[in-house]
Write a protein that binds this ligand. Structure first.
Ligand SMILES: CC(C)[C@H](C(=O)O)[C@@H](O)C(=O)O
Ligand code: SF4
Length: 476
């Protein structure tokens, strides 16, 4: 009898090239995604050692963090940004690396282009010098963020020295309520398990909730795995996964497709396999969730009150006090009604066509509040084009959103899209750290796209279910 095995064990074992003397595995990396921020020094180190990129055909580049979203005409006004894109262009061209440059029609945030191009595939290992590489786990891959020296290692050897984490199954069953989305699910999980709860673990998201989810929803969940402390998290591949990948540029085609699907089916976790830990939750318990603090675990239901210092565990009080002071929020007051200055719709968490389409349904006939600056930033050029084909851009523009070019934008202040002073931003992104959106005193409240739309229109944190009268849940 063979022992039931998890997807994680199967991929880990099939990709272990050797066991190093320190006990770490030397893991083969199937696909290496790169962007302008974490690669210049890595390429520099390769040049110092006179080493080539070992497998350029497994390396894929895009430019996302530093690109302005209001214009595509270079050179960029920020000389550092201009230098970074030029350097990436030069490195890709001298190493024969596919680069989804601004004029490719396929540029976008790195975690958007992997799936869109069919580079992200089940059963593979994927690395990228970016923490939200966990996104790609939605396809049943082991995908994790790495640092610049590891980017160098992958460029030079296509392998990485890694310590095997433990495996936790997070099982969520049942149906979400109306107006509750994948973003709420992952914010709820992080709230319950803590931002450090996943340290040392890989997560398997299982249960009928994830099985019913679209690939876009699974990506939203896996994207924020890292915010809960786990470097990677995955959903077992199934028909939804295969249907998404079929016909994509880098996905297998013809007879190779059928063989690939057979392989992908066989990689899923088998019933009865070993988990080091199991957490079970009920989808019906997930509320529309918003953050009130300065890490993604400091979250509450939109119907709840901002915590008081006394109501928190002794151990958490210092960080709660710091969060309350930074956020300038009144302990004990309802979070709903908190004034919002900026609405940011974008990032690798929630800037896919399905996100824009879902919000467009509710935006029609509404106007952004006069005191709110609202921007909508598609995650990729493909998303932008598709939204424009469907007329979604018009709905956003008519409502008063600025419709921008793709990039990381206001998720992270590395480009001209930044908060000013202590502006409070209702954001579809994944991090609410101090200074994250480009202003040290800026304040970020994370929430789902539909909740951001409600905040943009009312000028305050608002329960979207009531505001838009959401009675039924549509699977996104
Ligand atoms: C700039 C980059 C290295 C960084 C990351 O690692 O995630 C960024 O994408 C982020 O979201 O904070
Ligand atoms: S959109 Fe935000 S989280 Fe995603 S890669 Fe860019 S900066 Fe990082």
């Amino acid at each position: 009898m063979t022992l039931a095995r998890s997807l994680f064990d199967k991929i880990w074992e099939s990709h272990t090239a050797s066991i190093l003397r320190n006990g770490q595995a030397q893991l083969f990396i199937d696909s290496h995604l790169i962007h302008e921020v974490t690669t210049p020094q890595a390429f520099g180190m390769l040049r110092d050692f006179d080493l080539p990129v070992l497998m350029p055909e497994r390396t894929f580049a895009t430019v996302d963090h530093i690109v302005p979203t209001d214009t595509r005409v270079g050179p960029f006004s920020d000389p550092l940004a201009e230098q970074m894109i030029q350097e990436l262009r030069a490195n890709c061209s001298s190493s024969n690396i596919v680069f989804f440059d601004l004029d490719s029609g396929r540029q976008g945030i790195v975690h958007m282009i992997g799936p869109e191009q069919g580079i992200t595939q089940p059963g593979t290992t994927i690395a990228c010098g970016d923490s939200h590489t966990s996104t790609h786990g939605a396809f049943g891959a082991i995908a994790f963020g790495i640092g610049t020296s590891q980017v160098r290692d992958v460029l030079a050897t296509q392998t990485l020295a890694m310590t095997k984490p433990k495996l936790r199954r997070i099982e969520v069953n049942g149906r979400l309520g109306p107006g509750v989305y994948a973003k709420d699910v992952i914010l709820h999980i992080i709230r319950k398990l803590g931002v450090k709860g996943g340290v040392g673990y890989a997560y398997e998201y299982a249960g009928d909730l994830f099985e019913r989810m679209s690939m876009e929803e699974r990506m939203t969940v896996c994207n924020m795995t890292i915010e809960g402390g786990a470097r990677c998290g995955y959903v077992n591949p199934d028909e939804t996964t295969f249907a998404y990948l079929h016909g994509r540029p880098f996905a297998p085609a013809g007879a190779d497709w059928d063989a690939a699907v057979q392989r992908w089916k066989a990689v899923a976790s088998e019933p009865g396999c070993h988990y080091d830990d199991v957490v079970v939750m009920d989808a019906a318990d997930v509320p529309p969730t918003v953050t009130w603090g300065i890490n993604p675990g400091q979250a509450i239901a939109v119907t709840e009150e901002i915590p008081t210092i006394e109501s928190c565990a002794e151990l958490d009080r210092a960080s709660v006090a710091e969060a309350l002071a930074h956020m300038k929020l009144k302990p004990g007051a309802p979070i709903a009604g908190t004034p919002v200055n900026v609405a940011f719709f974008g990032s690798c968490t929630n800037a896919r066509v399905s996100d824009f389409a879902e919000v467009a349904k509710y935006l029609v006939g509404h106007k952004v509040h006069p005191s709110v600056h609202a921007i909508a930033v598609p995650g990729s050029q493909l998303v932008k084009r598709e939204c424009e084909k469907l007329g979604i851009d018009r709905i956003f523009k008519e409502a008063g959103f600025e419709w921008r070019h793709p990039g990381c934008s206001m998720c992270l202040g590395m480009n001209p899209d930044k908060l000013v002073g202590d502006q409070l931003c209702a954001s579809t992104s994944n991090r609410n750290f101090i200074g994250r959106q480009g202003s040290q005193s800026g304040r970020t409240v994370l929430m789902s796209p539909v909740m951001v739309a409600a905040a943009a229109i009312t000028g305050a944190v608002t329960d979207a279910r009531e505001f838009f009268n959401i009675k039924n849940r549509t699977e996104v």
